[in-house]
Design a protein around this ligand. Sequence first.
Ligand code: 2HA
Ligand code: ZN
Length: 271
Amino acid sequence: MKNFLESCFVKEVSEITNNMYRQGWDERNGGNISYLIDEEYVREYFPKDVFLRDIELGFTADESLKNKYFLVTGTGKYFKNVIKDPESNLGLVKIDNNGHVAHLLWGYKDGGKMTSEFPAHLMSHAARLKVNQKNRVVMHTHPTYTICMGACLPTDDVIFTRKLWKSNTEAVVVFPEGIGVLPCMICGTNEIGEATAKKMEEYRLVSWTNHGIYGVGETIDEAFGLIETVEKTAQIYMISLGHVVNEIPDEVILGLAKLWIVKIKPGVIDE
Ligand code: 2HA
Ligand code: ZN
């Protein structure tokens, strides 16, 4: 039996949390990640399910997530510490058959449990799996310029998307479907989870105004790549705010979409 601590899953999450911390996005216990792992891979490390303990979810997980395995960052844990001690800062859980309980297979060594944002994570997984069966990763973080940009704009998907697309030629190519925007809400609740998941039906990116961002993908790289492109673009936008002479023209955005054969969100650019 292979040691889960040495798995590519633990390695990837340890490396990315370290990277995100070094970007300055994940102060203190800011940020959280959940990673859906298919049972065939879990079996390489755990030939059968042996649970260390059960953790109440406090909500009912969607039917599609029952008996699914997730590697999840722990509540109150610091991204900067994951790489030093993955087994205390991460946990591998299996959602039970009723969707009420997470069975712990590995991790949370010091008695911890899943991130307080687990409702938003699981609801987002369920929403994205309906769009893309291969979605595996939900990532949440607090990138500085993205939060600044959200504070400077109306909470509107089209306006936020348009400003991003018009600030950096990469933006429309990386997220042609745009970005969803939620107003400032109380985090950690089922309500913000439901609102996030609703946006996830359309987008892989959701901005939480005055708080941070969610990105999803088939891989850690996809979710991280989406977020880092938004953050880089928001940095460009914020630093040049009030001084812009050369905004990307609409016809260049349309030309980029044509060149890269991506279908862009309608109603953002005049066609
Ligand atoms: O886990 O980022 O949104 C800490 C947070 C809450
Ligand atoms: Zn947060």
